[in-house]
Design a protein around this ligand. Structure first.
Ligand code: 13P
Length: 244
């Protein structure tokens, strides 16, 4: 089964207007090398999203790191999916572990966010992953997190990103064979949960991906790309990951 491959940058709370030079660097790299696959997506902070999304590009798209579960209203400081859509961003990250833990986002709230994003025709990058304490019960943790996904959605509109919380920003990763096995387990869970077409859903790995470990991880049959944090803030490093 051929699935769409992605390399996605999650800039988290980093970057400013001067970071446009990073975007141009990446864009030039993609153009010069005529990169058609993987699809490359940058998710900067909201303040930069509109500026970045206006950059003309063949193979670079942009996404938000979060949205509110409602479309508009008296929610000071929040941003809705229609606002993200309005600035021509195409994707949104939902369920990142940093939001699950610092903002207490739970299965139900995440389901509402996914639904409103899909409603606005944004594609969802849905993150799941266990903490270090949860490693032994990883399967049930991931199974439960997947319950935020609606039952009937087009596989084209959802990307699943497996990010073990203990691997984020730590330099640690599961072993290559563990990543392969966990991704295959997630695929089986998706098949049980959403059935038809689940084999077309791309499953990405995230957590301490860098230019040194990327090719080993990305060559795995069950890995359809990477969600990259720290290493995506360095244009040359990020381009090396894309080339992997
Ligand atoms: P790092 O690549 O910095 O570990 O972050 C991963 C991540 O959280 C991407 O969403």
């Amino acid at each position: 089964m051929k699935r769409v491959k992605y390399v996605i940058a999650n800039w988290k709370m980093n970057g400013n207007l001067a970071s446009l030079s990073l975007v141009r660097h990446i864009n030039n790299h993609l153009r010069k090398n005529e990169v058609k696959s993987p699809k490359v997506i940058i998710c900067p902070p909201f303040t930069l999203l509109g500026t970045f999304a206006a950059v003309k590009s063949m193979n670079l798209t942009f996404g938000a790191q979060n949205i509110h579960k409602l479309d508009h209203g008296a929610y000071t400081g929040e941003i809705s999916s229609s606002m993200v859509k309005d600035v021509k961003a195409k994707y949104v990250i939902i369920g990142h572990s940093e939001r699950r833990s610092y903002q207490n986002e739970d299965v139900n709230e995440l389901r509402e966010k996914i639904l409103i994003a899909l409603n606005q025709k944004l594609k969802v990058i849905f993150c799941i992953g266990e903490t270090h304490d949860q490693i032994k019960k990883r399967k049930s943790i991931l199974q439960n997190q997947l319950k935020s996904l609606p039952k009937n959605f087009s596989h084209k509109n959802i990307i699943v990103a497996y990010e073990p919380v203990w691997a984020i920003g730590t330099g640690l990763t599961p072993t290559i064979s563990e990543i392969d096995k966990i991704h295959s387990n997630i695929r089986n869970m998706l098949t049980k949960y959403v059935g038809k077409n689940s084999d077309k859903i791309s499953i990405l790995y995230g957590g301490s991906v860098n230019s040194k470990n990327a090719s080993e991880i990305l060559y795995l049959k069950n890995v359809d790309g990477a969600l990259v944090g720290g290493a995506s803030l360095n244009a040359r490093e990020f381009c090396k990951i894309i080339d992997s």
